[in-house]
Design a protein around this ligand. Structure first.
Ligand SMILES: Cc1cc2nc3c(=O)[nH]c(=O)nc-3n(C[C@H](O)[C@H](O)[C@H](O)COP(=O)(O)OP(=O)(O)OC[C@H]3O[C@@H](n4cnc5c(N)ncnc54)[C@H](O)[C@@H]3O)c2cc1C
Length: 808
């Protein structure tokens, strides 16, 4: 039994060869990309961009918080090792750097020359490329968006060309790429202006919010002695601010270090954030006890010291059940009070766990297409804590959209590096030059190669954006029959022929990858007791029965595989049967006793379910560490708290589940290593109309043989990549004639429940409702290989995703 299970495990292990999970600092946006490349030369970046056919996304420090650095199935170019200083001139106060460099590394380089970065964020961990693409700002008085300090950039465009851009040369690209969130290309180098490192003295004042604007215009705005300035509004009443400035001084420093020590411990800071965000009276404690201590006495330090904060000071022990997050809003100066009123009302009404709102100031943007400083503005940086479940995120979306409306109604904007909650209407209201931006993108990146979650949200097909889907509306032509001589020749190629019945028999196996995905999605915002455990058992067997019926009598009976499916199906049945019975009795009772509140343990279980799904798309399931999940359960959830009975019931039931699974996984791991070698990694196919252009950039597609009638024997990657590669090839006009010696292949697609199959080829083997989402159904289609291109194109035209093509 173990070896049969192991067989299944090996099969599943190869689902997504080379894939990786990219996440950001909040840990709530995991994205499975096909591959991550960490280049160290411009040549590597040019080659990757030029040769990669699928989507390309770009990662800097990964501190943006809504998937701005990745998209599913992309090649992610991780810039963090591309981080050298290219040129430096002390006289011109100028530095040229590779874009993966962090501010901190630049500071270490220029500090001995008594120079300082002109504009950057409060923290020094961000990369220059990520900062340019967001067009960030800091607390610098008389400055504004980062673009104001940029002399030029070099960028690799979608066709692999390397272009220099500045306010006077290729200025269209300069103003599109800065603030362009990686849409136009990979910024590889930047030349930035520097300024003198000076000693600064801190002054801090408390005042009513109503007095702040006057104070700012009289004392700060035009005062060239003020280097840094910001004002914190105390949340709750939102009527008091602490305005803190750092002024140039000749006094000796009271802080000796020129840069923030890298080995500084931050437990006090972290504890303070925890008290403020979680303890009753935490905010008042900050305002009346903590801050008066922090801001007491004279403090003189170097500008570089004040500019080299480390985000580690904010990092909580865990981000599993809750996470700190940021948002930012910008309004013209004279709308300050109106926005504060609206913001306070929204945050209080929604009981947002607001930790701080920091006010900053920025001069008008000189012309970037996605300028957030459309005029001179006050910025409101909102730091808050939120839960990580789906329901929590939806709740955040609601108040975020209200804040966005409040800012745009005043002629302002919201900031784009954070969670993507804005509707398209809101995005366009905040960024009125979006059309010009997308038009430039369409010109520079006509196949929409540079993608990420942000641009997939707002750069819609049908608007000025280029198409995003892999299959283009290629002409649908008839495929000529294969000449008998060629048919015989390919059949004898070693490894070509696979049993056609396998296209059916592998389907039930894959269901056991999709169902955990449904389960994880379900747990994000619904209680565990509501999951259709018995329904999914029934559906598994019903799908198996459909595939069995379709193969019965048509193919020889594959005993080994049927027994394997029976074994994995039985273990799925046992697991879900036990869980279903338990959740519908004990689970429901404790849920009810806890007043249907989500406990920390429920949230953790939802996270573990998602981690598991992300994991099995990339690795064999038995490698998943259930023991780590068990440790997290006991380390990251409190022993006491609301819904105590539910808490402990979950602790014990989840512990039992993780322990049993850990033992089982260990057994399968041992058995699979002993019983099976590596799974095959390629599928051979005979195709027509294979042009040179069609194969360009398809690194994993090999031409094995060309025949006189134009047919080509191709080697294609297997599993998920098989689907993606076929979609791309078909989009470029390639037509399949035979796959692995077979003329029929099964595929599944998740489509709207109301859609009736009306494609011009293929027949429906079964359709089953997605039990956790009644608006959709899963459709299994039997496709004649020679019509596969037609079916893929027609599905893409309807914008339906192909879930899988079962390559035997
Ligand atoms: C704790 C904290 C404090 C912050 N404080 C501030 C602040 O004071 N002021 C402020 O303005 N913002 C602030 N931010 C937001 C922050 O500046 C942005 O998230 C910024 O993008 C982070 O830089 P990064 O290197 O992590 O970029 P990433 O998050 O890695 O990337 C951001 C975007 O840039 C693109 N990109 C990255 N590198 C390149 C490249 N070489 N070429 C083309 N595109 C690229 C990515 O695709 C992505 O779309 C803060 C964020 C956090 C988490």
């Amino acid at each position: 039994m173990a070896s049969l299970l192991a067989f299944c495990a090996v099969e599943s292990s190869a689902l997504a060869h080379g894939a990786a999970i990219v996440n950001d600092v909040t840990q709530i946006n995991p994205i499975v990309v096909d591959r991550v490349l960490a280049p160290t030369t411009i040549g590597e970046i040019v080659n990757a961009v030029r040769s990669h056919r699928g989507p390309v996304s770009i990662g800097g420090g990964r501190f943006s918080q809504g998937g701005q650095t990745a998209i599913e199935r992309a090649l992610q170019i991780d810039m963090r090792q591309f981080d050298d200083v290219v040129a430096f001139s002390k006289e011109r106060k100028e530095i040229t750097v590779q874009s993966g460099i962090t501010w901190r590394k630049i500071q270490e380089y220029i500090d001995p020359h008594d120079l300082s970065v002109q504009i950057m964020q409060t923290y020094a961990n961000f990369t220059v490329g990520g900062s340019l693409s967001v067009n960030v700002h800091g607390r610098y008085v008389g400055q504004g968006p980062l673009v104001l300090s940029v002399r030029s950039i070099r960028i690799v465009l979608a066709d692999g060309t390397l272009v220099e851009a500045s306010p006077t040369k290729n200025s269209e690209i300069f103003y599109g790429a800065i603030g362009g969130y990686g849409a136009m290309g990979v910024i590889v180098e930047a030349t930035l202006g520097l300024t003198d490192d000076v000693r600064v003295e801190r002054r801090s004042l408390i005042m009513p919010v109503s007095a702040y604007r006057g104070f700012f215009s009289e004392n700060i705005r035009d005062n060239s002695d003020v280097i840094f300035h910001n004002a914190d509004i105390y949340p709750g009443a939102f009527d008091t601010v602490r305005a803190t400035s750092y002024l140039k001084t000749e006094k000796p420093v009271t802080v000796e270090s020129r840069l923030m020590p890298e080995d500084k411990g931050y437990w006090v800071d972290r504890m303070a954030f925890r008290i403020i965000s979680e303890w009753p009276g935490g905010r008042a404690f900050r305002q009346h006890v903590l801050d008066p201590i922090v801001f007491r006495g004279e403090r003189v330090e170097w500008r570089n010291y004040e500019a080299s904060y480390d985000v580690r000071e904010l990092e909580p022990v865990t981000r599993r059940t809750s996470t700190y997050a940021l948002q930012e809003y910008f309004v013209p100066l004279d709308r300050f009070e109106e926005f504060v009123r609206a913001m306070a009302e929204i945050l209080n009404r929604h009981e947002v766990n607001t930790i701080n709102v920091s006010i900053r100031h920025a001069m008008q943007d000189p012309g970037t297409l996605l300028a957030w400083a459309k005029t001179e503005v006050f910025a409101f940086v909102l730091y808050y804590k939120q839960g990580t479940t789906g329901a929590d995120r939806e709740a955040v979306g609601v108040w975020t959209r209200e804040l966005i409306d409040a800012a745009t109604a005043l002629g302002g904007a919201y900031y784009l590096p954070y969670q993507i909650h804005a509707t398209e209407r809101q995005f366009r209201a905040a960024y009125p030059h979006a059309d010009a931006f997308f038009a430039l993108k369409a010109k520079l990146d006509p196949t929409n190669k540079f993608r990420n979650k942000l641009w997939d949200a707002y750069c819609k097909r049908g608007s000025v954006c280029p198409p995003t889907r892999p299959v283009a509306k290629a002409s649908i032509q008839q495929v000529p029959p294969i000449a008998p001589r060629i048919a015989t020749a390919v059949q004898s190629v070693p490894g070509y022929k696979r049993d056609e019945v396998q296209t059916y028999l592998t389907l039930p196996e894959w269901l056991l990858v999709y169902y955990p995905g449904d389960y994880a999605r379900f747990l994000k915002n619904r209680p565990a007791s509501g999951f259709p455990y018995f329904g999914s058992i029934g559906q598994f067997w019903s799908c198996y029965w459909d595939t069995y019926r379709a193969t019965r009598g048509k193919y020889p009976f594959n005993w080994g595989y049927h027994v394997m499916v029976l074994v994995i199906g039985s273990s799925y049945t046992v697991e879900n049967g036990i869980k279903g019975a338990y959740e519908n009795t004990v689970g429901r009772l404790t849920e009810w006793l806890a007043g249907h509140a989500i406990t920390q343990e429920d949230a953790l279980a939802a996270d573990v379910a998602q981690d598991y799904v992300d994991f099995i798309r990339v690795e064999p399931w038995y490698e998943f560490s259930f023991i780590r999940a068990l440790k997290q359960l006991w380390a990251e959830t409190d022993l006491f708290g609301p819904g105590l009975l539910r808490k402990w019931e979950r602790k014990l039931s989840l512990s039992a589940e993780y322990l049993v699974k850990a033992q089982y996984a260990m057994l399968i791991k041992i058995a699979s290593k002993a019983a099976y070698g590596d799974a095959e990694t390629e599928t051979l196919a005979l195709a027509g109309n294979v042009t040179t252009g069609a194969l360009e950039g398809e690194a994993k597609v090999k031409v094995l043989e060309r025949f006189e009638d134009g047919s080509v024997l191709l080697s294609l990657p297997r599993y998920e990549e098989f689907r993606d590669t076929l979609q791309r090839l078909v989009g470029k006009g390639v037509q399949l004639r035979e796959i692995a010696g077979n003329d029929e292949i099964l595929m599944t697609s998740v489509v709207p429940a109301t859609w009736n199959y009306d494609l011009t080829a293929g027949s429906v083997l079964f359709e089953k409702p997605v039990l956790t989402d009644p608006r959709h159904k899963r459709l299994a289609v039997l496709a004649p290989v020679q019509s596969l291109h037609r079916i893929l194109i027609e599905l893409a035209d309807r914008e339906f995703e192909v879930e899988h093509i079962y390559d035997y």
